[in-house]
Design a binder for this molecule. Structure first.
Ligand SMILES: *Cc1c(COP(=O)(O)O)cnc(C)c1O
Length: 245
C-alpha cells in the first residue's frame, strides 16, 4: 500500500453504497437511467480530508461526482493542495449551491463552473460583471422558491417570474442558463415535498427551451422523490458524510 493511502473507512463505504443503491432503485422505478442523475456532494463544514475520502469512495465505484460549496468563505477548503489535486485528477466539477452575496461574486466565478443559486436579478448582474472581467463564461441555474418558505431564496414559482429571470439572464452574455434549482419543502410531509419538486419540472417544461434542461433538486432526505420527479442533479451531504455536528 502506498504511504499516502488514506485509512479504510468502512462507515463511509457503507454510506456511499447505500446512497448509490437508493438512486439506482429510484431511477429504475421511474424508468430512468441512474447514470443520468449527477451526485453533487454538498461539502459545507467538512474538512478537505473528509471531502477527499468521499471523492475516492465514489471514484472506486466508477462514479464521477461534483462538489458543491455553500459559502464563499469555504471555497478556500478546496484550495487545500491535496484536495485540489485530487479534484483535478478525478475531473470533479466544482459548483456553487449557496446563498449568494454580491460582494462574493468574484470568488464564485473563479471557483464554480456551474452556479445553482441565481436567486435574484442583482446576483445575475454581479456574476455577469465578474465573469466579463475574468473573460470567462459560466453556466447557471435559476433558483426557484417552490416551498414558499421565507428563509429560502429564489424566484417565485410562477411561469411569469421564472420567464422574466430567464429573459434577464439571456441578456447577460457571459452567463448561460442550463436549468432550474430548488430546495424542496422542509417537511416530512411527502405530498408537500413532491408538490414542490414536481412544480420545478413543470416550470422547466413550460419554458419550452430544450437547453434549459437541468433540474437540481433533492437532498439526502428526499432524493427518491426528486429522482422520480426528474432530478438531473441531487445535492447530498449527510447521506455521504454522516450527520452534521
Ligand atoms: C447542505 C445542502 C444540501 C445537502 O443537504 P443534506 O440534507 O445534508 O443532504 C443540499 N443543498 C443545499 C443548498 C445545501 O445547503
Amino acid at each position: 500500500m502506498a504511504a499516502d493511502s488514506p485509512p479504510a473507512d468502512p462507515a463511509l463505504d457503507a454510506r456511499v453504497d447505500a446512497l448509490l443503491a437508493r438512486i439506482d432503485t429510484a431511477a429504475r422505478a421511474a424508468d430512468r437511467d441512474p447514470s443520468d442523475v449527477l451526485v453533487l456532494l454538498a461539502t459545507k463544514t467538512r474538512t478537505p480530508a473528509e471531502v477527499a475520502a468521499a471523492l475516492r469512495a465514489f471514484h472506486a465505484r466508477g462514479v464521477t461526482v461534483a462538489v458543491g460549496e455553500n459559502r464563499a468563505q469555504e471555497i478556500a477548503t478546496h484550495e487545500d493542495p491535496q484536495l485540489a489535486a485530487l479534484e483535478a485528477e478525478l475531473r470533479v466539477a466544482r459548483h456553487f449551491i449557496g446563498r449568494l452575496q454580491r460582494n462574493k461574486a468574484r470568488d464564485v466565478i473563479d471557483f464554480a463552473s456551474l452556479v445553482h443559486s441565481v436567486d435574484r436579478d442583482e446576483i445575475a448582474d454581479a456574476l455577469e460583471h465578474r465573469a466579463a472581467l475574468a473573460g470567462v463564461e459560466r453556466d447557471v441555474l435559476i433558483q426557484v422558491n417552490t416551498s414558499g418558505e421565507e428563509s429560502k431564496g429564489g424566484y417565485a414559482p410562477t411561469p411569469e417570474a421564472v420567464g422574466a429571470a430567464l429573459a434577464h439572464l439571456d441578456a447577460r452574455p457571459h452567463l448561460r442558463v442550463t436549468g432550474l434549482m430548488t430546495i424542496g419543502a422542509n417537511t416530512t410531509d411527502e405530498p408537500a415535498v413532491r408538490a414542490s419538486l414536481s412544480q420545478l419540472r413543470v416550470l422547466r417544461d413550460g419554458l419550452g427551451r430544450p437547453e434549459v434542461r437541468e433540474l437540481s433538486m433533492g437532498m439526502s432526505a428526499d432524493l427518491e422523490i426528486a429522482v422520480a420527479e426528474g432530478a438531473s442533479i441531487v445535492r447530498v451531504g449527510s447521506a455521504v458524510f454522516g450527520p452534521r455536528s
